[in-house]
Write a protein that binds this ligand. Structure first.
Ligand code: 9G3
Length: 572
């Protein structure tokens, strides 16, 4: 492509609302343009990258026997009502009415649609297994879209759905998808980890999240450097290996703590560490009050709480002051596990291991010291409720886990029969018995993957595309387009590269060399050939975007040098 002909505009300044590198660079390099909050268009240069990522996904999905199709984005409400999810997602779901007042949504995902398609046509076990996927625009009305393509309201997703006779079949296709995702993200040049994830509102059982490491990611994972363990922090199980306490249980003692409410104030007032306090958090879950009790220095993991209560995250709220007054008899900040009336109490596994702790007295301005689990109170359930912390022991090998931020670029789920039961997706097995189809679903954020690649492949001058997804392999910069010899050599090289199936961009714009070099660095094309003064001697300059140094090459060696690089990268 000739740059003088391409619809391509770089920006000199960083747009004010772009806070993270990928968002800034996507805009500055002219790859996307913002239409509205969380809604972007892909410009020609950016769309070439999207198509490269999609192609890698197609190759790996097809390799595993998945078949591509394309469903509609507009979905009838009836299917979501049938699956029971029509009102699960509230304002996040884009809803609309057609001219006959019939209700639809813009598809945020397609479990219902794919189940509907398959249930009509699958009758016998001989029709299974099936694995279908699409690459399509999804719509989710995010409350706070931000970070460019990282969290937007319209995005490109590859979503696949598998249909098997039984769990054994699902386990096989799940492994296949896990392997396909590993290949896809490797080929995209991403540094990623596949970690155990919470199945959340999806129900079902196993789920893994493919997280591209990035300090600007919204996700957080716990992982072990010593073994393969990894989990999102929402999912990560915590050991309760606090050292066994040997102190004797002392007598209960009420202490006057006027207006001392928070854990922080209490540790200062009593001059004791947070771990010697118990914090009692009161929630209302579907209008039923529940209390969560943890050691004072720990953070509650809300996802573990909602999963234990069997409610959806949006069905859990902090208790109101009235609720707290009603069940503790005290103002906020003095709740404790002794004497709570008709409330379900969930206790973190560490609590029974700590001795002589301080709790709220359920009496305004008072706490109680020397409280011991078992003697002074018992909970309805003892379970892992806390958020994992750096250094917690790895559940697999015992060494300390690390925490890191990352970008969720893919997620795979075992759904089981959640949708086939709700929508009567059945087949007859060998013994003519009616059975529910066993399903899995598998998503990749295509546009988010492009952002993640930029987060991991950029420097102060701009993007540094891996060859596998770069919009072009080679940028030919002609220093002086008015110099006939330089222009001739540029054209010649451009034609030779194209005839060698090498994707080349010819910067034939009538611009100063400095502008061309700045744009080349910003755009991040992996290989740059500069044609300048020494063209008369048949010498060009060769530079890799990811390296600092440049070298001079005789014209005759350029093609072979480039084909060798592409070959080594597995591109040709
Ligand atoms: C909705 C809205 C938002 C949603 C969903 C439904 C997330 C929803 C979960 C999934 C699970 C998998 C197939 C591809 C991989 C992910 N946000 N999820 O179901 F109506 Cl508004 O989408 N789906």
């Amino acid at each position: 492509m000739r740059l003088s002909k391409m619809y391509f505009r770089t920006l000199r300044e960083i747009p004010s609302d772009a806070e993270i590198p990928s968002h800034q660079l996507l805009l500055r390099a002219g790859l996307i343009r913002k239409l509205a909050s969380g809604i972007y268009g892909y410009m020609p240069m950016g769309y070439r990258v999207i198509r490269k990522i999609e192609q890698i996904i197609r190759e790996e999905m097809n390799e595993k026997g998945a078949q591509e199709l394309l469903m509609s984005a507009v979905q009838p409400a009836e299917l979501w009502i049938e699956s029971g999810r029509w009102s699960d997602f509230g304002p996040e779901m884009f809803r609309l009415k057609d001219r006959n007042e019939r209700e639809f949504c813009l598809g945020p995902t397609h479990e219902e649609i794919f189940t509907d398609i398959v249930r009509d046509e699958v009758k016998s076990y001989k029709d299974l297994p099936i694995n279908l996927y699409q690459i399509q625009t999804k719509y989710r009305d995010e409350k706070r879209p931000r970070f460019g393509l990282m969290r937007c309201r319209e995005f490109i997703m590859k979503d696949a759905y598998s249909f098997d006779r039984d769990w054994e079949g699902l386990n096989r296709v799940y492994e296949d998808m896990y392997d396909a995702y590993t290949q896809i993200f490797k080929r995209c040049g991403l540094d990623f980890r596949a970690v155990e994830a919470d199945t959340g509102a999806m129900g079902g059982s196993d789920s893994h999240e493919f997280t591209a490491m990035s300090e600007f990611g919204e996700g957080k994972i716990a992982y072990c450097e010593n073994c393969s363990y990894g989990a999102t922090v929402e999912k990560a199980t915590c050991d309760s290996a606090i050292p066994e306490q040997h102190e004797a249980s002392l007598e209960l003692r009420e202490i006057h703590t006027p207006n001392v409410k928070t854990i922080d104030e209490l540790t200062k007032f009593l001059e004791i560490p947070g771990k010697k306090l118990l914090k009692t958090l009161i929630f209302s879950a579907k209008n039923e009050l529940v209390a969560a009790v943890l050691l004072g220095h720990r953070e509650l993991n809300i996802v573990k709480l909602v999963n234990a209560l069997g409610v959806q995250e949006h069905e859990l709220e902090f208790a109101t002051e009235e609720d707290i007054l009603q069940c503790t008899g005290a103002a906020v900040g003095f709740a404790g596990p002794i004497g709570l009336k008709n409330i379900k109490m969930l206790v973190d596994r560490e609590v029974p291991l700590e001795k002589n702790t301080v709790i709220g007295a359920n009496k305004t301005d008072y706490h109680i010291a020397n409280v011991n689990y078992g003697r002074d109170f018992v909970g309805d359930h003892i379970l892992d409720l806390r958020m994992v912390e750096e250094g917690d022991s790895c559940p697999l090998c015992g060494s300390g886990v690390k925490l890191a931020r990352g970008i969720e670029v893919g997620q795979i789920f075992k759904l089981g029969t959640k949708y086939s039961e709700a929508m009567n997706g059945t087949y007859t097995d060998e013994g003519m018995k009616e059975k529910n189809i066993v399903m899995g679903c598998y998503g990749i954020g295509v546009s988010r993957t492009m952002a993640a690649i930029i987060e991991q492949h950029h420097d102060g001058d701009g993007i540094r595309w891996p060859l596998s997804v770069a919009p072009y392999h080679v940028m030919i910069a002609v220093v002086n387009v008015k110099d006939e010899l330089q222009m001739e050599m540029g054209e010649k090289l451009y034609r030779e590269l194209l005839s060698n199936q090498i994707e080349a961009l010819l910067d034939d714009r009538d611009e100063r060399a400095g502008v061309k070099f700045k744009d080349a660095d910003l755009l991040g094309i992996p290989i740059r050939i500069t044609i300048g003064k020494r063209a008369s001697e048949g010498i060009v300059e060769f530079k890799l975007r990811k390296e600092k140094d440049k070298e001079e090459l005789s014209y005759g060696h350029v093609i072979s040098r480039i084909t060798a690089i592409l070959k080594e990268a597995g591109i040709q």
